[in-house]
Design a protein around this ligand. Sequence first.
Ligand code: GAP
Length: 456
Amino acid sequence: MTQTEENTTISNDTPLVPIEKIVSLSKRRGFVYPNSEIYGGVAGIYDFGPLGVELRNNIKRYWWWSMVQRHDNVVGIEGANITHPTVWEASGHIENFVDRLVDCKKCKRRFRVDHLAAENLEQHKCPVCEGELTTEPRVFNLLMETYLGVVEGDRMKTYLRGEACQNIYLDYDNVLKSSRVQVPFGICQIGKAYRNEVTPGNFLFRQREFEQWDLQFFVHPSEMDKWFEYWKEYRFEWYSGILNHKDRLRFREHASDELAHYAKKAFDIEYRTVLGWQEWEGIHWRQDWDLTRHSQYSGHDLSYTDPNTKERYIPWIVETSGGVDRTFLNLLLDAYEEEPDPAGKEARTVLRLHPWLAPVKVAVLPLQKNKEELVQTARSIHQNLQRFMVSQYDDVANIGRRYRRQDEIGTPFCVTVDFQSVEDQTVTVRERDGMTQIRLPISELTMYLLDRVTWK
Ligand code: GAP
């Protein structure tokens, strides 16, 4: 039994959505494409299509708004993907950022030691064919190498960043000196990270190029507990607020033998899908690991002097580190539903994305496309709405089919322009989830929609 099959049976509510449904929808409707597909693709690397980039941007903007713009003591940066190579020695990644692998001598499959069940590990038994596993794990570093410079023999080897947050420690002193923050304060960043994952897979879940959102919150050691709890709860509530299936979210504390090299304590926020309970974001107690190590390796003192007490110390760090791509995937898995048609016709595929995040906020649909007065009114409504939100104009196919098309991409509202609209300047607004319809004056439409699609 594969991990996917096994975990499908643990659901006791709405069935868990198979990843294949999301892969198919993503390709069909322009959310996600395999990278370099015409050359056969590259494992663990994806591109985002027209709807994908809208959804992704909305998710990132909402995170930035919640984390940076809504907190007086948090600022943002955007660091480069390439850094000085010594950064990765100081961070501990050259030494510790490794996967240990064993091979099956019979079926030749390769397994990460930390993904194997204890029974398979102890008996050296392949979980797929029961053949014999190699006993001495081989060790692979996940950092991706790159080279700077053009002259052969004089090129500098460095790495694409293996975790985006390193730039925050590198810029910490510059932020302190160039802005008015004081401990306790945070620095946020959204940016790409690169890992030579040995087993990329499950669509966007484990990729080789992906994006992370990080907060590094710098505190006095005596306040570490308080801030760790604050951000842990805040991040949980943040995810919970954009989910339909809130019961599929939980915390899991790391056992001491699974802690990353930089963490003294860690909780994962996990979400349950067909892959089982899986990490979505990590809340890490990084303590003084990063600033101490970068002080040592760079020779640049990164300690902080309290302006009031004059106490000098290395601030401790609470990290919240999540994946933009995992959020994208989890939200699609959470939102996707095939709803049986009571009339027994075609099932309705609907993406119940939060209206704040949906890639298209409204579709404007003239009832008929060959009636000039309907088309003119609909086009003018669409053009006005475009000033405030993503609006689509659609006059192809019958109205039922057009509603279905929008349901499938998660558009929360459809505005239908009919003959009455031309007479009394009202339109029908149809809501995606309940398919309820109300009639509204055109003059009230923008405010009605803005109120529902703007995050608060
Ligand atoms: N700075 C800490 C850090 O990088 P991590 O747990 O390795 O911690 C944080 O990564 C988040 O990044 C994970 O919770 C996950 O959402 C995302 N992530 C990690 N590896 C990933 C991969 N190969 N593909 C997609 N997302 C990944």
